[in-house]
Design a protein around this ligand. Structure first.
Ligand code: NAD
Ligand code: ZN
Ligand code: ZN
Length: 366
């Protein structure tokens, strides 16, 4: 049964970004209906709007969100109406070899990246009855959603919804990049290039594990000031500094170099920042056809590594509740990651905030 129409922020390849009224069908078997309470605006939404990641169909954007379960379909056991949940944008199939081996972030069976529910359908239709598709299987820039059970991770009721939203993407990705992908140990050194929502969480993760020194690099003095509050020991202006030369001269190279922009030209500079045996961690996501080149002799001779990083190598059901507990215990300064809170209808302005690197993370509330 389809519900009444509600506004959603849709990117249509034919007409661009606009608000469009959509209706939602009810939850089918294995699906969960959710009342969205907060959604963060991540650069991965902007990649769709800019065409870095082309879409052939209209998408309800938004993939970093939290809300309350309002209904569950047949067979759902892990959540019930009234539960507070964080949405995980890489809903694992729980059956493929990677899932069974505990590597849900590498799931080969998920339909999230095809922007559909697991059965290949969408829960959204517009006023003319045309299908509108859920970005990353969620489509959180609206007020109500239907998602697969594996995308709805139960969290404590006392977790604020804005913080829960951030746990859905930037926090789990950024902290996961440090603790899961790179497995940084106390006293190891790291540089983080790009300190937007995701890069600031990398900095936060580095403080959590006791990395030192931690060098934050960005073009925005405002973001670098936040990085310092989150644990950066040094900050560098990326436009004015040759970061690789700085790392070699001041530190003899760093153990880890995280990129959280998605810029091929920046990624190419990472290996030269590293000491022998160090690792470059590609957290930022470039355009789908982007390539880069590296000095291959240096990589082989110096035993340097390049690590990919999808969703911070995280298992949503394990890592999201863990991060929620750390926040509630006062160990993660996530309140300072929330910049502006805007009503959903101001989504276009929220994208402008992101483009101009003003503030930190913007939260949209339906
Ligand atoms: N790996 C994953 O699973 C995953 C998850 C979420 C987001 N991402 C990706 O991470 C990237 C960052 O996302 P975000 O939401 O933090 O974006 P953002 O726009 O908030 O932050 C990007 C930051 O990079 C800075 N920057 C741009 N060019 C720079 C340069 N040349 N030198 C130094 N700093 C520079 C900007 O000033 C900005 O602060 C995006 O590509 C996004 O798609 C990846
Ligand atoms: Zn994201
Ligand atoms: Zn799987």
């Amino acid at each position: 049964m389809a519900s009444k129409l509600s506004p959603a922020i849709v990117f249509d390849p034919a007409s661009g970004l606009r608000s469009r009224d959509v209706s939602l069908r009810s939850a089918g078997p294995g699906e969960v209906e959710i009342d969205v309470r907060a959604a963060g605006v991540c650069h991965s939404d902007l990649h769709i709007v800019t065409g870095d990641w082309p879409s052939d169909r209209p998408l309800v954007l938004g993939h970093e969100a939290a809300g309350v379960v309002t209904d569950v379909g047949a067979g759902v056991t892990s959540v019930k109406p009234g539960d507070h949940v964080v949405l995980s944008w890489f809903a694992p199939c729980r059956r493929c070899r990677k899932c069974v081996a505990g590597m849900a972030w590498l799931c080969t069976g998920t339909k999230a990246v095809a922007n559909t529910l697991p059965d290949g359908t969408t829960p959204f239709t517009d006023a003319q009855g045309e299908a509108v598709w859920p970005y990353l299987g969620l489509g959180a820039f609206t007020s109500r959603l239907v998602v697969p059970e594996a995308a709805a991770v139960k969290v404590p009721d006392e977790l604020p919804f804005g913080i829960g939203a951030l746990l859905g993407c930037s926090v789990t990705t950024g902290i996961g990049a440090v603790v899961n992908t790179a497995r940084v140990r106390p006293g190891e050194s790291a540089v983080v290039v790009g300190t937007g929502g995701v890069g600031l969480c990398v900095v936060m993760g580095l403080r959590l594990v006791g990395a030192d020194p931690v060098i934050a690099v960005d073009l925005s003095p405002e973001r670098l000031a936040v990085a310092e509050r989150f644990g950066a020991t040094h900050t560098l202006d990326g436009a004015e500094t040759d970061v690789a030369a700085w790392c070699r001269e001041e530190l003899g190279g760093v153990d880890y170099a995280f990129e959280a922009i998605g810029s091929p030209s920046v990624v190419e500079t990472l290996p030269a920042m590293l000491t022998s045996g160090g690792a470059a961690v590609l957290v930022g996501m470039a355009a789908t056809d982007a390539t880069g080149s590296f000095n291959l002799f240096d990589l082989a001779d110096q035993g340097k590594r390049i690590l990919g990083c999808n969703y911070g190598s995280s298992v949503g059901e394990v890592d999201i509740p863990k991060l929620a507990r750390l926040y509630l215990a006062g160990r993660l300064p996530l309140d300072d990651l929330i910049g502006t809170v805007r009503p959903l209808r101001e989504a276009a302005a929220a994208f402008d905030d992101l483009r101009s690197n003003t503030g930190v993370r913007t939260i949209l509330e339906p």
